[in-house]
Write a protein that binds this ligand. Structure first.
Ligand SMILES: [Zn+2]
Ligand SMILES: [Zn+2]
Length: 347
């Protein structure tokens, strides 16, 4: 089978022919149909952080069809359409018992610790195969495994209440879905902030009421104007830029020192940022990481029932052979990109 393997940090992935993995009694073999390229894969490719072992097949956003099941597997059968949940958890530690498999003490991550979805086949524990409806396109399933679900989790931990004003900083692959979920869960006003106008326009289609391009206007002033100087109730930072983080901190503070909202940091902050103590009085700062398996299940139900539409989320479809070009495209910022999906049926 073909797989895109990371062999040397900072070098392009190598697309090569390797053996189809053999499954154990509690595992399933999934034929990948679609796989999304995540910002994290760009960091890996640059060598900014590394998988726990090399060489490794990367990729943690994938969907496909069950091809084989181990003798103990009961939750899926051959032919089922599934999304690959990338968090492998033990099921018995303190956090697993509380339903937070994303915080599992014995956690392994697909595409980081074990071979990922940038391949024609993947073997996974049966519990990581989450069924999706026949009417959900594979490419939607693929991006649900990370971009859509990361945003869902962020909104879940934001303490959003109906009617709240929400600002989303950076409306790329993850942020655009934070706009979608904020609106879905009852935000009264959603403000999208991004330097790229096309991304803002896409965010409008997902429910953003106000679009702010900080390259063209003073974003903080615009936010204060839009909130009658009260600040936003919820700010979700998805860009990973320290400047955006500092702006988001200011955005949750109102005109007096007591009015503060919730700031959810989602984008990976690789540089230090500054915050003033008084900016958070009565406020809340939280860092949102991976979603749980149950959140993935919930989103797939919403997709199956036609409650949300992801038709604006994917801007590019490529073959597995074009993966390095795809990653370079995300990195370069030269072109308007939301999510790039690898169509495994494309050669
Ligand atoms: Zn991801
Ligand atoms: Zn656990």
């Amino acid at each position: 089978m073909l797989a895109a393997r990371m062999k040397t940090p900072g070098k392009p992935f190598v697309v090569e022919d390797i053996d189809v993995p053999k499954i154990g009694p509690n595992e399933v073999l999934v034929e990948i149909k679609a796989a999304g390229i995540c910002g994290t894969d760009v960091h890996y490719r640059k060598g900014e952080f590394l998988p726990s072992r090399l060489p490794l097949t990367l990729g943690h956003e994938g969907a496909g069809v069950v091809k084989e099941v181990g003798e103990n597997v009961t939750n899926v059968k051959v032919g089922d359409r599934v999304v690959v949940h990338y968090v492998i958890s033990c099921g018995h530690c303190k956090y697993c018992m509380r339903g937070y498999d994303n915080r599992c003490l014995n956690r392994l991550s697909i595409g980081h610790d074990v071979d990922g979805v940038f391949a024609e086949y993947i073997k996974i524990p049966a519990a990581n195969a989450v069924k999706m409806g026949d009417n959900v396109p594979f490419e939607w399933g693929a991006i649900t495994a990370c971009a859509v679900s990361t945003a869902y989790h962020a909104v879940n931990v934001s303490r959003l209440e109906k009617g709240d004003t929400v600002a989303v900083f950076g409306v790329g692959g993850v942020g655009i879905h934070a706009v979608l979920w904020a609106k879905f869960f009852g935000a009264g006003k959603v403000i999208a902030i991004d330097l790229v106008d096309e991304k803002l326009e896409a965010a409008r289609e997902y429910g953003a009421d106000v679009l702010i391009n900080p390259g063209k206007e003073d974003a903080l002033k615009a936010i204060q104007r839009e909130t009658d100087n009260l600040g936003v109730d919820v700010a979700i930072e998805c860009s990973g830029s320290s400047k955006a983080m500092e702006l988001a901190i200011k955005a949750i503070k109102g005109k007096n020192m007591f009015s503060s909202g919730t700031l959810v940091s989602v984008g990976l902050q690789t540089k230090p940022f500054q915050c003033e103590y008084w900016g958070f009085r009565e406020g809340w700062l939280t860092v949102s990481g991976d979603h749980t398996r149950y959140e993935l299940y919930q989103i797939l139900k919403l997709l199956e029932n036609g409650k949300v539409n992801l038709s604006k989320s994917i801007t590019h479809k490529i073959s597995l052979h074009e993966i390095n070009e795809g990653i370079e495209l995300v990195e370069s910022g030269k072109e308007y990109v939301q999510r790039i999906v690898i169509d495994m049926t494309k050669h």
